[in-house]
Design a protein around this ligand. Structure first.
Ligand SMILES: Nc1ncnc2c1ncn2[C@@H]1O[C@H](COP(=O)(O)OP(=O)(O)OP(=O)(O)O)[C@@H](O)[C@H]1O
Ligand SMILES: [Mg+2]
Length: 353
């Protein structure tokens, strides 16, 4: 295949294809992810983030080094469960670098033509963020390989003997990928990220700090015990802590003259079915089914799902991880089993051994 001259393409042909560029350096209001209701609470700089100290420390070194050399930051992959800060990091890092970010989603990049406007639109040292990067199909992924490695994309025009490759040079940029399913990424793609960070659960103290900071931002009158109560019921997850805080604020405004005490926080969260361990109605329904119908197990997932009339995928992805992490159930080869802690939490007697 013949190689043609190197092109420097600065913008896609059709201006309608140009994805939005979000300026981050000036602290403008365009910093939020589209459809992000939590935007007012999303940190804008690394120093505003709570927890993840080791991740932040490593990122600061990489950012300072890249800035010092005047080079783009190496490509970064964030993985971890929902709501722990992947998108937040992806918006904070460009702000720290003093550059812009384009936001894309793996689910929206179904063909190479969907990716090209983003790639040809990157400016020097800017960031392209691809959320849910595990959903990028193989045909599109292959374009990312040369884009990430050589800042180049090769487009094949025509077929057979008439095929020609157009070679576009891209501005050196940083790709930030985020995924909840790191295991689904192909090795060639995974290995092209120079920096890989796994985001883990937050401690209760870290979430308490988050609640106190955000209560201040939302001008909520509260105290340490109330913040701890909200943190304790937030399943180690910042997004849930913020959601709970928003609800508690509404509740307090209507029922308690806006004053969030520990009693008010408890009443507000009880009212929406969030219990003292942070379990919601569906979680308790699962435990109840396992204990009452299956005498605590072992029981197969499908049997529990049928009894509850929900899909087994929902249970496996959304309900069981937290119950397992809280040691309320265990998974054995013979099926799911409620632990003594699980029985106690539901105020039931475990069967005699
Ligand atoms: N370290 C943190 N410090 C302060 N707030 C945080 C932190 N991490 C997350 N948050 C808050 O939690 C919200 C959810 O985080 P974010 O959207 O970054 O999660 P995510 O990992 O991208 O989740 P998903 O997998 O669902 O996309 C953010 O809007 C932000 O307000
Ligand atoms: Mg996200």
């Amino acid at each position: 295949m013949a190689r043609e001259a190197v092109y420097q393409q600065t913008a896609p042909d059709d201006p309608g294809d140009v994805p939005p560029k979000v300026p981050l350096s000036g602290g403008s209001s365009g910093e939020q992810e589209p459809n992000d209701r939590d935007g007012e609470l999303r940190p804008r700089r690394l120093d505003e983030m709570v927890g993840q100290r080791d991740v932040i420390e490593r990122l600061k070194i990489a950012i300072d080094a890249a800035r010092g050399r005047g080079e783009p930051l190496g490509h970064i992959l964030f993985d971890g469960p929902p709501g722990l800060g992947k998108t937040t990091f992806a918006t904070v890092i460009p702000a720290e670098m003093g550059t812009t970010v384009q936001m894309a989603n793996g689910a929206g990049l179904s063909a190479p033509k969907d990716l090209l406007p983003y790639l040809t639109n990157v400016s020097e040292r800017s960031v392209l963020f691809i959320d849910e990067i595990h959903r990028v199909p193989k045909a599109v992924e292959e374009y990312l390989y040369t884009a990430m490695e050589d800042f180049r994309i090769d487009i094949v025009l025509g077929e057979g003997v008439n095929a020609r490759t157009l070679n576009f040079e891209l501005q050196p940029f940083t790709l930030i990928g985020a995924t909840t399913r790191a295991g689904m990424l192909s090795a060639p793609l995974r290995d092209r990220f120079q920096i890989r960070e796994h985001l883990g659960w937050y401690t209760e103290d870290q979430l308490c700090e988050l609640v106190i900071r955000n209560a201040r931002k939302l001008k909520i009158q509260t105290d340490q015990p109330a913040a701890s109560e909200i943190a304790r019921r937030s399943r180690s997850t910042p997004r849930l802590a913020n959601n709970r805080l928003h609800w508690v604020r509404d509740y307090a405004q209507i029922k308690a003259k806006g004053n969030v005490t520990i009693g008010v926080a408890r009443d507000a969260l009880d009212m929406i079915g969030i219990d003292r361990l942070g379990l919601d109605k569906q979680d308790r329904n699962y435990l109840q089914t396992l204990i009452r119908v299956f005498q605590g197990g072992p029981s197969g997932l499908e049997a529990i799902a049928h009894t509850m009339n929900v899909s087994s995928d929902t249970l496996e992805d959304e309900v069981e991880p937290f119950l397992l992490r809280s040691e309320l159930i265990v998974r054995t080869r013979r099926g799911r089993l409620a632990t003594n802690k699980g029985f106690e939490h539901m105020k039931m007697q475990p069967p005699a051994a």
